[in-house]
Ligand binder design. Sequence first.
Ligand SMILES: Cc1cc2nc3c(=O)[nH]c(=O)nc-3n(C[C@H](O)[C@H](O)[C@H](O)COP(=O)(O)OP(=O)(O)OC[C@H]3O[C@@H](n4cnc5c(N)ncnc54)[C@H](O)[C@@H]3O)c2cc1C
Ligand code: SF4
Ligand code: SF4
Length: 366
Amino acid sequence: MAGKGSADLEQEVLSQGLCTSCGACVNICPYIKVVRDKVAVIEPCGLTEGKCYDFCPRTPTDIAALDKSVFGKTRSDFSLGPYISIEMAQAKNSEVRCRAQYGGVVSALMKYALDTGEIKNAVLTRPFDGAMMPASVVVDESSQSLECAGSNYISSATLAKMNEAAKQGKDSIGLVGIPCQVLALRKMQAAKHETGAKGVKLVIGLFCTWALSYKGFSEFLRGKVDLSQVKRIDIPPPPANIMVVETAAGDIRFSLDEVRKFIKPACGVCYDMTSEFADISVGMVEGIEDWNTLIVRTPQGKRFIDKAKKAGIINTKPLEKTRLEHLKEASSLKKKRAVDAIQKKTNDKKNLLYLRLSAQEKKKFL
Ligand SMILES: Cc1cc2nc3c(=O)[nH]c(=O)nc-3n(C[C@H](O)[C@H](O)[C@H](O)COP(=O)(O)OP(=O)(O)OC[C@H]3O[C@@H](n4cnc5c(N)ncnc54)[C@H](O)[C@@H]3O)c2cc1C
Ligand code: SF4
Ligand code: SF4
């Protein structure tokens, strides 16, 4: 991976429509900027060993090597990545559940992590700011973590905020991110460079199928609702094929077919649905609105979840076999779609752009 810098990032990622807006390359040098969800190299710096290139989730990424770095071993489950347990979970506190997207597990865990000193700072995303664009924030009080409950389907440069926090000397950080952000964070932690990512102690990853581009989606919505009135956006599981925008004046429903044209191009080549490199991954449970799917992946994640269960922060129950099978299918489907899209883009079955897969993994998805 060594030997490349911002000119290569521009050529291989940004100009190819592969940027996920994760923010890993922002706030580490003066020449890369983000405005809303658009990232740009404003002047090539000439460095040939750029952190920006090495940290990016869309530059060469060896999945097995990253497995070893995060989990100490390579994966045996090629659909969901390494994990210790998978259950259904729900925040015990009904106020948290009320404000949250689904079961409130993410908000409850982040609040608990701050309350107990597990972390001192949390990098979270405030879902709505009155103009639809999410804002990444650093909070150090547990009450503030509840203000970030809910999902915004536009990606926010969360890691730019994490880089800024680290520059300000903040450490012992907890971070909530979507899979591309979690992947970049782990690349940062595994890199030889000095980086504030090494001060991140707890990583909660969200499930993600796609995110929308700010410009297209906000313009689409502006024509139909007062953006400052948007309270919550939800995408019910298939076969509904709708997006529900909850506003002070009531719910508005759109066909997902109207919205799909605003999906970020980078999402088409994304190989990870369940934040495979997180300590803990959290998503919905299809058809059960106020519960989450909870995947515990690392020993640190397990220790923290065991503590949270004992303290009565979350309830858990087994995830039925059929739901687990369905989750694996959905995740494998995303991987297959990504590989197909990459091969179509490169017009070369062997050129998988950023993805470096083991022979076994290639056998399953190529
Ligand atoms: C872009 C996107 C796509 C998603 N797609 C799926 C999917 O296909 N399937 C699925 O099961 N789940 C998906 N999720 C996750 C789901 O919406 C919930 O976040 C997750 O189930 C946790 O629920 P909760 O009730 O515990 O969350 P809450 O307790 O409400 O906490 C939500 C957390 O999400 C964070 N957040 C909100 N918006 C963003 C953002 N744009 N970027 C990063 N962090 C954010 C907040 O900081 C908060 O900590 C997606 C989330 C996002 C942001
Ligand atoms: S994907 Fe992340 S690291 Fe790569 S160019 Fe975009 S913002 Fe920068
Ligand atoms: S689909 Fe992948 S690239 Fe797109 S926002 Fe989700 S995690 Fe990021």
